[in-house]
Write a protein that binds this ligand. Structure first.
Ligand code: FAD
Ligand code: EPU
Length: 352
């Protein structure tokens, strides 16, 4: 077997940013995408063992050990595969770190990814939930996703139109047992109007003394805001936002606003929808800064579930369910988790 290495009974605690204990029955480190067919053919997989693709583990909650094979893609090459005066097509392999790609493109005079600086995780995971921040989403710049299809055993090039990108959503997220993303191609321009409208960006640039902002300044400003706002997973285990911001109809948004005038409401995913702030609703239910043993809700940001050290995935999940139940009771809104929960189901309207 070439192109991958197998190991048995491996700890995943250092491979998820919640830093919860969990073990994988088997772990495969893949160094060559062309070996995926052989890996999936490998006897253990043929016997129907489940397979999980794991990046940096920054959007997962292990509620239990993983009984099957965890696959980690380690190929991390980045290169330009086409270039002209207007921009370039950049190809990046799945195992590369997202923020490294952001820096790599900015250093080559390519713009677009700056608002997504410092999002943790791999490039291969970026299309899964169509990562986004500060008014930009990865899907806007993705031209093609190259992915191994587990049902056909072939690598397929999926064009942007077929990726079905949405808010924290994509074709790949909805079909987790079909796709293994192996590389992503981004079309990036050399010039583009900067997006500075997200709350706090202008102020941060001003605090940095920047008067003529360029994309690198925006990346730096957003990195500073993120560092202040969100707990650093290297210090406090977390997976960023634990819940998505709910998308509601305009009528629902107006009804909620009349009852809760301070509820922040943002544009939705279409002209007739609105996005409402999950953080605000969780904070208004009194959870911000709550701690129970080593499981808690960050004092910095109500949308972030945190592990102070020794919380288990099951304890964190239990707390998350109770947060969702209280939001449902107060606002009649069902919160949906953003991270993938492994080894349990999240029933967001269940009562304890
Ligand atoms: P993992 O957590 O390892 O995996 C996430 C999901 O993707 C899993 O379902 C996994 O099976 C699947 N997956 C991973 N790689 C592949 C692949 N190659 N092929 C197929 N499936 C794959 N997200 C945002 O969108 N915006 C933010 O601003 C943001 N801020 C964050 C801040 C913090 C502090 C943290 C900890 C997380 C934040 N996140 C944010 C979430 C996270 O950074 C992203 O979801 C990221 O893309 C996850 O990458 P990962 O490599 O860690 O994926
Ligand atoms: N707010 C509160 N209490 C808090 C925090 C925020 O009431 O403790 C309110 C504030 O009024 C603020 C509003 O919530 O105006 C929005 O807060 P923020 O700007 O922090 O954004 P968010 O909606 O909480 C989303 C993404 C983040 C992304 C930021 C910036 C989701 C689920 N989360 O958070 O993504 O970084 O916007 O674009 O969409 C992630 O996906 O993991 C993530 C961190």
């Amino acid at each position: 077997m070439t192109g991958f290495q197998l190991a048995e009974n491996i700890s995943l605690q250092g491979r998820n940013t919640f830093r919860v204990p969990a073990r994988a029955a088997m772990l495969a480190d893949v160094t060559d995408a062309d070996s995926l067919a052989e890996l999936f053919d490998y006897a253990m997989l043929r016997d129907g063992n489940p397979v999980l693709v794991l990046g940096e583990g920054s959007n997962l909650l292990f509620a239990d050990d993983y009984p099957g094979v965890v696959i980690c893609l380690t190929m991390a090459g980045m290169r330009m595969i086409g270039e002209n005066s207007a921009g370039a097509l950049v190809r990046c392999e799945a195992g590369a770190n997202w923020n490294d790609l952001v820096g790599w493109t900015l250093a080559r005079g390519l713009v677009g990814l700056e608002n997504m600086a410092l999002i943790p995780g791999t490039v291969g995971a970026a299309p899964i939930q169509n990562i986004g921040a500060y008014g930009a989403e990865a899907g806007e710049f993705i031209e093609t996703v190259e992915a191994f299809r587990r049902d056909t055993g072939q690598i397929k090039r999926v064009t942007k139109a077929d990726c079905e990108f949405g808010y924290r959503d994509s074709l790949f997220k909805r079909e987790p047992d079909v796709w293994v993303v192996t590389a992503v191609e981004f079309r990036l321009p050399r010039e583009r109007e900067l997006r500075l409208d997200y709350a706090g960006v202008h102020e941060e640039l001003a605090a940095m003394g920047v008067t003529q902002a360029r994309a690198v300044h925006v990346a730096e400003a957003i990195s500073r805001i993120r560092t202040r706002k969100l707990p650093n997973p290297a210090i406090l285990g977390n997976a960023g936002s634990f819940f998505k911001n709910p998308i509601v109809t305009i009528d629902q948004a107006e009804a909620l606003k009349s009852q809760h005038p301070a509820l922040p409401i943002f544009p939705g995913v279409s002209a007739d929808s609105r996005k409402i702030s999950a953080a605000w609703m969780i904070e208004s239910c009194g959870w911000k800064g709550y701690r129970e043993g080593d499981a808690g809700i960050a004092a910095q940001h109500a949308l972030v579930l945190v592990n102070y050290g020794n919380a288990s995935g099951a304890q964190l999940l239990d707390l998350a369910r109770r947060v969702a139940t209280s939001v449902h009771e107060k606002f009649q809104i069902a919160l949906e988790p953003e991270p993938r929960i492994i080894g349990a189901r999240f029933d967001n309207t269940s009562r304890e």
